[in-house]
Design a protein around this ligand. Structure first.
Ligand SMILES: NC(=O)c1ccc[n+]([C@@H]2O[C@H](COP(=O)([O-])OP(=O)(O)OC[C@H]3O[C@@H](n4cnc5c(N)ncnc54)[C@H](OP(=O)(O)O)[C@@H]3O)[C@@H](O)[C@H]2O)c1
Length: 304
């Protein structure tokens, strides 16, 4: 029996991409679940979840966090605004309320490598929050879930990572044989829930999980097989992809960060192939890996 037992869990940003999957997985694992939204939020949550709202003042958060064992931040990293940086005040309130474990809004590129912000600028905010948590780990434990590319999230954005499912076209970068980690949103949620089931193992750790390790060529083959149609394929270079994004960001176009992110996923900085460098936690957490072909079959039937 783990001496640190987690029963009550509060999710910040419960109706977002990661938030929805997290709520689902926590309910499946029978946690007592609360979702926290901004006062202005129009979010609606599934039954079985307590929904509270806050102006995010420290006093309000402290009150709401009382009695919670864990706080999971799935706060947005949308590049305009300071949502990621606001986690510092959230952590202070969690400490004051006696919360045992805090999950910062990570779920992507491996920020344990401090060079990550060179390749994707908004990761500087994530690294700063990790530094803050490490400096305060005698007061609150943390777990940073690293998931690489959010696979199904990316497929929904035409052009992201070179994929366009509606026009059956793809750009393959540097030959398409670069392995990278990809994790579906539901697997991210399950990863969070499994970490909370094993708090002694996962406290103060970067935890590396995925759905599958894949290459672009494997994805292309699986897409063509499932869609029963060939794709129009063009070739690109990772360096060019990343540089185009960096130039856009420099010119004040925040969405250029999506190309920088894709470049990082396809190998720039070597930040998204952690199964070979850090090792996966899937087995330790009893979190099965998924099959690319099976997943795409189900995903395409529902979404395309
Ligand atoms: N690796 C990848 O490919 C990848 C892809 C997507 C996301 N991610 C990561 O996953 C994390 C969550 O992203 P997401 O896409 O799930 O986020 P999201 O859907 O954009 O937003 C999540 C929630 O954050 C809340 N929120 C937004 N701005 C806020 C603010 N200023 N203060 C407080 N709450 C705010 C909103 O909840 P309410 O309206 O309920 O308040 C929103 O629903 C981020 O760290 C992101 O970088 C990684």
């Amino acid at each position: 029996m783990d001496p640190l037992t987690i029963k009550s869990v509060l999710v910040i940003g419960p109706s977002g991409n990661v938030g929805r999957s997290t709520i689902k997985a926590l309910l499946d694992e029978k946690f007592d679940v609360t979702g926290l939204s901004r006062t202005s939020s129009q979010a609606t949550l599934p039954s079985g979840v307590r929904h509270v709202k806050s102006d995010y003042s420290e006093a309000s958060l402290r009150e709401i966090f009382k009695g919670q064992d864990a706080v999971i931040s799935t706060i947005s990293s949308i590049v305009v605004g300071d949502a990621l940086a606001s986690q510092k005040a959230i952590i202070n309130a969690a400490i004051a309320a006696g919360v045992k474990v805090f999950f910062p809004s990570e779920y992507g590129i491996d920020t344990s490598d401090r060079s990550a912000s060179t390749y994707v600028p908004f990761l500087a905010d994530k690294i700063e929050i990790m530094d803050y948590l490490k400096a305060n780990e005698d007061k609150i434990s943390w777990t940073a879930l690293v998931t690489g590319s959010m696979f199904d999230w990316g497929l929904n954005i035409p052009g992201f990572g070179g994929w366009n499912l509606s026009t059956h076209s793809a750009t393959i970068f540097d030959g398409g044989n670069i392995p990278y980690e990809a994790t579906n949103l539901d697997q991210v949620g399950r990863g969070i829930a499994k970490c909370l089931k094993n708090p002694g193992l996962t406290r103060n750790q970067y935890v590396y999980v995925n759905s599958f390790t894949i290459t672009q060529n494997e994805v292309l083959k699986a897409l063509e097989k499932n869609m029963k149609e060939g794709f129009t394929v063009s070739q690109g270079s990772v360096e060019q992809l990343w540089k185009e994004g960096a130039s856009q960001v420099k010119a004040g176009e925040p969405l250029g960060v999506l190309s920088m992110l894709s470049g990082a996923i396809y190998g720039k900085g070597n930040l998204a192939h952690f199964s070979s460098t850090r090792g996966l936690w899937n087995d330790r957490l009893n979190l099965p890996q998924e099959s690319l072909g099976e997943f795409l079959g189900e995903y395409l039937a529902k979404n395309v």
